[in-house]
Design a protein around this ligand. Structure first.
Ligand SMILES: [Zn+2]
Ligand SMILES: [Zn+2]
Length: 424
C-alpha cells in the first residue's frame, strides 16, 4: 500500500515552488526596505504561551491546536506569540527600543481543510514592537500593501478599531445585551459565542447572523477619546501614504490580544471573500506574557492564499530552474572529462546538467529540453579526439563547433566566456 500525506498537509512540488520562492524573496526584500530583521523561532512552544496570548475562549485554543497534552507543548498555530516570547526571553528591547521583526514559516491548526486553508500552512509574519504612534500602524499596513502591489495582486484593505481595555469591556456588555435579545435567531456557534467571545458574532459568515448584527452597537461609536484619536490618526496617515482603505465595523480578529487598529487584505477571487493577510495592534500582549509594558503591531499573510491568488490573478508563471548548459557525453572516452567539466562549471557558478547513461544524442537532447537548458554541449568520441565539441543553442537550435583545446580548466573558462557573452 502506498503511503500518502496526511489530510490537510501538502507537498509543494517543484513546478509550483517557483511561485513560493518569488513570494518569499519579494517579502524579504520589502520587509528589509522597511528595516525589519528576520527572526526564526522553534515550531514547538509551551501550550501555556498560546492559551495566555491567543485566549482560552478562542476557536484556535479551544479546538484547533496540535497539542502533546502529556508534555504540555503545542505546535505553533501562529507566529506572533512565539515572537513575543522570544522578544521577552532575550530582552530584545534593551538593545533596540523599537524592534522590527519578521519571520516566514509553517504554522499548524487542526481545521477542516478547504481551498487555501491547510492544517500545515505557511505565513509571512511582520511585527513592529515598541512604538505607539498611529503612523507606525499606517507604515506597517502600507508595507503589506506594497507586497500585494509588487506581486501584482489586487486586494481590498479594510480597517477597524477594537478599542482598548478601557472602552472595550463596556462595549462588550452592550453587545451581549443586544445579542441576548435576539439569541434565538443566531446560529449554534454564535449562541455559544454570545457568552464566551461575543465579538466573534460580529464576523459570523452565516446570513441570518449577518442580518441580525446589522443593528448591533458599533465599537467605533464606543471608542474612548484616546482610541478614537488613534483611529483617526491612522486613517490620516494612510491617506498621506496614498493607501486606499475602507472601514468595516464588523471586522474582529480571532485572537483575543488585539487592541485598537485591526486590518485585513481581502479578495473575492478565492471563492467566498477571504483574507489574504490580516493583523492589528496588541498593546497589552507583551506585558500579559510577563514582558515590559510595550505596545506592538503586526500582520500575518498566508503563503498558500497568496500563491493561489497569483495563479488566479497574475498572468505570468514564474519559471522554475533553468539550466545554463547540458553536457551530452556520447562516447565512453568523453564521460570522464565531461563529468569533471560539469563539476568545474558548477564550481564557477554555472547551472550544469549531465547525463551519465550514455544514451543516444536524441534521448539526451530530449533530456536537455526537460531541464530547460539554454545550451547543450555535444561531445562524441570522434569530436573529443579532434579536441572539439558542438555547442547547440537550445532556443534557436543553431549549432556551431566549439574548440575544446587545452586543459579542462581552460575549456571551462572558454565555455564560461561563451555562456556569459550569449544573451539569454
Ligand atoms: Zn479605548
Ligand atoms: Zn453565527
Amino acid at each position: 500500500m502506498k503511503i500518502q500525506a496526511i489530510n490537510g498537509f501538502k507537498d509543494i512540488l517543484p513546478d509550483s515552488v517557483g511561485r513560493w520562492q518569488l513570494i518569499e524573496q519579494r517579502a524579504r526584500d520589502i520587509f528589509e526596505r522597511f528595516g525589519l530583521q528576520e527572526i526564526r523561532m522553534p515550531i514547538l512552544e509551551k501550550t501555556e504561551l498560546f492559551v495566555r496570548s491567543i485566549g482560552e475562549a478562542t476557536d484556535v485554543v479551544e479546538k484547533e491546536m496540535y497539542t502533546f497534552a502529556d508534555k504540555g507543548i503545542t505546535m505553533r498555530p501562529e507566529a506572533t506569540a512565539s515572537i513575543m516570547r522570544a522578544f521577552i526571553e532575550h530582552g530584545l528591547h534593551v538593545q533596540q527600543p523599537v524592534q522590527r521583526l519578521y519571520t516566514i514559516g509553517p504554522m499548524f491548526r487542526h481545521e477542516r481543510p478547504q481551498m487555501g486553508r491547510l492544517r500545515q500552512f505557511h505565513q509571512l509574519d511582520a511585527e513592529i514592537i515598541g512604538a505607539v504612534e498611529p503612523r507606525i500602524d499606517a507604515e506597517l499596513i502600507a508595507m503589506g500593501q506594497m507586497l500585494m502591489d509588487e506581486l501584482d495582486l489586487t486586494v481590498s484593505l479594510e480597517l477597524n478599531s477594537l478599542g482598548c481595555p478601557e472602552c472595550r469591556p463596556p462595549f462588550k456588555t452592550a453587545l451581549v445585551a443586544f445579542l441576548e435579545q435576539s439569541i434565538e435567531g443566531l446560529c449554534e456557534d454564535c449562541k455559544r459565542r454570545t457568552h464566551t467571545n461575543p465579538l466573534r458574532v460580529l464576523d459570523c459568515k452565516k446570513p441570518h447572523c449577518r442580518a441580525l448584527v446589522q443593528d448591533a452597537p458599533s465599537m467605533l461609536d464606543a471608542l474612548c477619546p484616546e482610541c478614537d484619536h488613534h483611529f483617526r490618526e491612522v486613517q490620516t496617515a494612510l491617506q498621506a501614504l496614498q493607501i486606499p482603505f475602507q472601514i468595516n465595523r464588523f471586522m474582529v480578529r480571532g485572537l483575543d490580544y488585539y487592541t485598537r487598529t485591526t486590518f485585513e487584505f481581502l479578495t473575492t477571487d478565492l471563492g467566498a471573500q477571504a483574507a489574504v493577510g490580516a493583523g492589528g495592534r496588541y498593546d497589552g500582549l507583551i506585558q500579559s506574557l510577563g514582558g515590559p509594558a510595550l505596545s506592538g503591531i503586526g500582520f500575518a499573510m498566508g503563503l498558500e492564499r497568496i500563491a493561489l491568488l497569483m495563479e488566479q490573478q497574475a498572468d505570468s508563471q514564474p519559471a522554475g530552474t533553468v539550466m545554463d548548459i547540458f553536457l551530452a557525453a556520447l562516447g565512453s572516452d568523453t564521460l570522464g572529462p565531461c563529468s569533471l567539466l560539469a563539476h568545474l562549471l558548477r564550481k564557477a557558478g554555472i547551472k550544469a546538467a549531465i547525463d551519465y547513461s550514455g544514451r543516444s544524442l536524441k534521448a539526451q537532447l530530449k533530456q536537455a529540453g526537460r531541464v530547460r537548458a539554454r545550451f547543450t554541449l555535444i561531445v562524441g568520441d570522434e569530436e573529443w579526439a579532434r579536441q572539439e565539441g558542438i555547442l547547440r543553442n537550445m532556443h534557436t537550435q543553431e549549432q556551431q563547433p566549439f574548440a575544446l583545446s587545452g586543459s579542462l580548466e581552460q575549456q571551462c573558462l572558454q565555455l564560461l566566456q561563451c555562456l556569459k557573452t550569449t544573451t539569454k
